[in-house]
Design a protein around this ligand. Sequence first.
Ligand code: ZN
Length: 184
Amino acid sequence: MAVLDIVRMGHPVLREVASPYPLAEIGTSTFTKIVADMRDTLHASGGIGLAAPQVNIPYQLAVIEISNTSSRYGEIPALPFSVYVNPILTVIDVAVAGYWEGCLSVPGMMGYVERPQHVQVDYLDENGAAQTMILKGFLATVFQHEFDHLQGHLYVDRLKDPALFAFDAEYRQFHQGDRQELAD
Ligand code: ZN
């Protein structure tokens, strides 16, 4: 187990389309170690999601965990630690809602982003089994943020308004409470 270095905006790996994770490698010791290290890194960072490119692993792999101690997220249901391999996200309803988002690869900043709030995710779990989830509201935003990382996108590409992009301190001073937030 190990806490991995998180790469920051400007590192080319964050702008590449990640490769599909090789199916034959799901469940191998290499895979298990990557997942364990990403879990340790997620926990050490205090985030709620981490995509493999953020730790310089250019594959379509992400982990998400929302604990019910995350009171900052209000009434959001807890989501146990889960692994998403080669996910495909489909928008079910294009109606959007916005949250202030943060990103471990863009430390110290927050930005307001609007995204569709009803999506479907098809993916392989850590055992290689095909799964489907329907996500609404905040969770729909969380999954879009994470899976954007697998396509070379960062939330800063999707800011609603450049004026709604702020350092943490200015966010807290001038914007917090205006809208809901997501930090991952
Ligand atoms: Zn991120």
